[in-house]
Design a protein around this ligand. Structure first.
Ligand code: G4P
Length: 532
């Protein structure tokens, strides 16, 4: 096997998704801890400002003590090279969170065992399901009082329409949490109070048939309960089907406690076996093989202001095939220009490092002098690959934004366009309105603050923002349909995006249904496919 193949083969690139507070940061940290990439937990990103925060790039981020940006972390574990795409943990997540999922080959969904599915989990799951990527579920916080595990699985199946397969099964919860039963090995991995809070634990193993030892470890009452539940599970659950996992139809489920380091190792081991090396990506209807020697990549995120002194932007790209080499000349397809990347960066556990080479599956960040847009393709000189664009996701919050000082019209237009081009906000226009007021749509409301902050600091413009009551937006898919011919209720508004596509703004899910009933030929989409 060539070096190239070997390097690509051992790569795994996944995103971690969850509702805030389910334990995503803790789990990420523990992955890094087990991979040896960090020495102690608490160094990935701290909520308090005294902790070192990897992704604190913007002042605003620091002021709020939250992470707006989503970062990429790379570490080694058991011969694998793992890329974790972290998604913003705060409620006010942005469209970037969705786009980041476009760069992943699988997702780990963290669920709080006491809460089950929460709104943000639901939204992120939907985006993963759109691409049929494998989804692994980690049910966390078993050291606290938790919901019945059967009930949690049932909820996942019912709400998400996927099958689940518990890889292990919890033995009690809260103070009575004794460990997990590994269904494949038919043995328990026990957890006791001495393990709580310890840095690395490996657990004590015991066969399910070894009644005496089990009684010693978990007590006769919990042993009996476990044996009963295991019988029930074996009889009731679906067959394990790796193909179904790889197509996102069956989610392997793991139970554990990230805070207590319990269940991390078994999770990583199974996860790495079940996931594949980087998956092919589609470019103009053709699959691009990741093992192909020719380098290809696409831009999935643009981050402005990584360094305040330079007002720079960094374009994050996912390498889809071949190997990237620093200093070599590559071709930017959409810009029709060759260029050299002299300072490509990669996020390591707690620093950004300049890298010399990277392989398919890896994420690199490159300085962007304003030439890249989301979805752009980079490839070898002389080639012309064009990856499918990244969809535009429907914003959920809308505001009318105007400049306060009418002398600053130019700066306003420039700033709004630039920030929209980076993908931090979406801008929409009402028919016949001028450029001095636009409708801004965002996925997370924090982006409104980011917009105000950036327009003031970078473009010298103060904004007047009026929040609008719209909550939903849909792209009109019918080609050539004149929106004026539609029957619309008074609270539905027709706008256009910067590509000139027509959209409808709604105040509720209900009004979408009414409009569809009144206009049976109308086709609406929640994502806009982008040709790039
Ligand atoms: P997030 O990134 O998904 O938002 O969640 P995060 O990891 O920050 O975890 C949210 C809270 O839940 C944290 O507590 C964290 O310590 C706790 N937590 C994570 N995993 C477990 C677990 O397995 N068991 C228990 N009992 N708690 C867990 P916090 O008090 O909000 O923050 P901190 O002061 O501990 O950092």
């Amino acid at each position: 096997m060539s070096v190239l193949s070997r390097e690509i083969e051992r790569r795994r690139t996944f995103a971690i998704i969850s509702h805030p507070d389910a334990g995503k940061t803790t789990l990420t940290e523990k992955f890094l801890l087990y991979g040896g990439a960090i020495q102690s937990a608490g160094s990935v990103k701290g909520k308090q400002s005294d902790k070192h925060a990897v992704s604190d790039w913007m002042d605003l981020e620091k002021q709020r003590g939250i992470s707006i940006t989503s970062s990429v972390l790379q570490f080694e574990y058991d011969g694998y090279c793992i890329n974790i795409l972290d998604t913003p943990g705060h409620q006010d997540f942005s469209e970037d969170t969705y786009r980041t999922l476009m760069a992943a080959d699988s997702a780990v969904m963290v669920i709080d065992a006491a809460k089950g599915i929460e709104p943000q989990t639901r939204k992120l799951f939907k985006v993963c399901a759109m691409r049929d990527i494998p989804i692994f579920t980690f049910i966390n916080k078993l050291d606290r009082e938790a919901r019945d595990p059967f009930d949690l699985l049932d909820e996942l199946e019912r709400e998400f329409g996927i099958e689940t397969y518990p890889m292990n099964w919890p033995i009690g919860c809260g103070q009575k949490f004794k460990g997990v039963y590994d269904r494949e090995e038919r043995q328990i991995l026990s957890f006791d109070d001495a393990h709580r809070g310890r840095e690395l634990i490996h657990g004590i193993k015991c066969e399910i048939t070894d009644t005496e030892k089990l009684d010693e470890l978990i007590g006769p009452y919990q042993r009996e309960e476990l044996v009963e539940q295991v019988e029930l599970l074996d009889a009731a659950s679906a067959e394990f089907d790796l193909e179904a996992v790889r197509h996102g139809k069956l989610s392997p489920v793991f139970f554990g406690s990230a805070l207590n380091n319990f269940g991390i190792e078994p999770f990583l081991e199974h996860f790495l076996k079940m996931t594949t090396s980087p998956l092919p990506r589609i470019a103009e209807g053709k699959n691009i093989d990741p093992f192909d020697e020719n380098f290809t990549a696409f831009v999935f995120k643009i981050q402005a202001n990584m360094n305040k002194a330079h007002r720079d932007r960094i374009a994050f790209m996912r390498i889809c095939s071949g190997k990237f080499e620093r200093g070599k000349e590559y071709y930017h397809v959409q810009g029709n220009k060759s260029f050299r990347l002299s300072q490509p960066q990669q996020m390591m556990a707690d620093e950004r490092a300049v890298i010399d080479e990277a392989y398919a599956g890896d994420i690199i960040g490159v300085f962007d002098p304003g030439i890249f847009s989301i979805g752009d393709t980079i490839c070898e000189k002389g080639e012309r690959v064009r990856f499918e664009g990244i969809p535009t996701f429907a914003p959920e919050h809308f505001a009318m934004v105007e400049q306060v000082d009418s002398m600053k019209r130019k700066q306003f237009a420039k700033g709004m366009n630039q920030i929209a081009q980076e993908g931090a906000i979406q801008i929409f226009f009402e028919p016949n309105s001028g450029l001095e007021r636009v409708i801004v749509g965002v996925v997370g409301v924090l982006q409104f603050e980011v917009l105000e902050y950036r327009l003031k600091n970078e473009y010298g413009c103060d904004l007047r923002r009026t929040n609008l009551a719209y909550q939903q937006i849909r792209w009109i898919e019918n080609e050539g349909l004149d929106p004026k011919t539609l029957k619309l209720s008074h609270d539905t508004k027709c706008v256009t995006d910067f590509r000139g596509k027509n959209l409808l703004l709604f105040t509720s899910e209900w009004s979408i249904r009414w409009v569809l009933e009144d206009n049976p030929h109308l086709k609406l989409a929640e994502f806009s496919k982008n040709e790039v």
